[in-house]
Design a protein around this ligand. Structure first.
Ligand code: SAM
Length: 253
């Protein structure tokens, strides 16, 4: 018997959906602490010297340190909690019947992939990624498959190695294609457009896309329209993540 839809994770184990941009997080944390502490001592020194200019400078250093620490905290809470809300919003918007074939491009630890698999008791969720360690910490196919096991959906999850600019799937394979905070990692605009064209290529007629990201969403919407997609829309920003995200949705005629 297939596992129940939305079955709880097995035992005490909890899935780990990864820390996004770990280098940025570490930089903000270290830089923030260093600037906040240096700023504190500079403020004390400026008071002793009774210099207004030095005091202004010292406060600026201290405030930028505090700003970096707030940024690190937002990035962490977004990765650990906020993106789960964004996942639910994106997947609920697809109104899946339960028997679709869905592709998650840049699936990382499987946030959308596994969330979708829970909604597809008779379907299949496929992830594709090139496992960048810069974009997500401890990123690997093994970590994603481990999360699928913990969430009791291994029987309908598949993970492939590949680049979203050249998807390793035939034309018209999937009923839905989704992505979360993935496409912006391609550095060039043309590369991001290429990824959108590939997403449209692997969609079946009547298939739908939902692509959430922190930037370039207008570019995705434009390329979706140029590629012949219909009902192209961009959502209001979601502030559950930092930076806030918008979702581009569309349907293939
Ligand atoms: C910030 S992570 C987001 C992962 C996941 N979608 C999530 O929401 O947790 C971005 C992911 O995109 C993947 N990625 C970046 N460029 C890619 C490309 N050209 N093709 C496939 N995956 C890519 C990275 O390896 C990483 O797993």
């Amino acid at each position: 018997m297939p596992p129940a839809q939305n079955a709880p994770a097995t035992g005490e184990q909890k899935p780990d959906y990864g820390l996004d941009a770990p280098g940025v997080f570490r930089g903000l944390l270290i830089g923030g602490f260093a600037a906040a502490i240096a700023g504190y001592f500079l403020v004390r020194w400026a008071f002793r010297e009774n210099s207004g200019t030095a005091l202004g400078l010292a406060f600026a250093v201290q405030n930028s340190g505090v700003g970096c620490l707030i940024g690190a905290a937002l990035l962490f809470t977004s990765s650990r909690f906020g993106k789960l809300h964004l996942r639910d919003r994106l997947l609920n918007g697809l109104n899946l019947r339960g028997n679709e074939e869905l592709l998650d491009v840049g699936c990382g630890h499987g946030l959308l992939l596994i969330g979708a698999a829970k909604k597809l008791p008779q379907g299949r969720a496929v992830g594709v990624d090139l496992w960048s360690q810069v974009d997500q910490g401890d990123n690997s196919r093994a970590a994603t498959l481990r999360n699928a096991e913990i969430e009791n959906v291994s029987d309908r999850v598949e993970v492939h190695d590949g680049d979203m600019r050249k998807l390793p799937f035939g034309d018209g394979t999937f009923d839905a294609v989704v992505a979360n905070f993935a496409i912006h990692n391609i550095p060039s605009r043309e590369g991001r457009r290429e990824a959108i064209r590939e997403i449209v290529r692997v969609l079946k007629p009547g298939g739908q896309v939902a692509l959430s990201d922190m930037k370039s969403v207008a570019l995705y919407a434009k390329e979706l329209r140029t590629s012949g997609m219909r009902a192209v829309k961009i959502s209001w920003p979601s502030f559950w993540t930092w930076p806030p995200a918008r979702i581009a949705t569309a349907r293939k005629p």
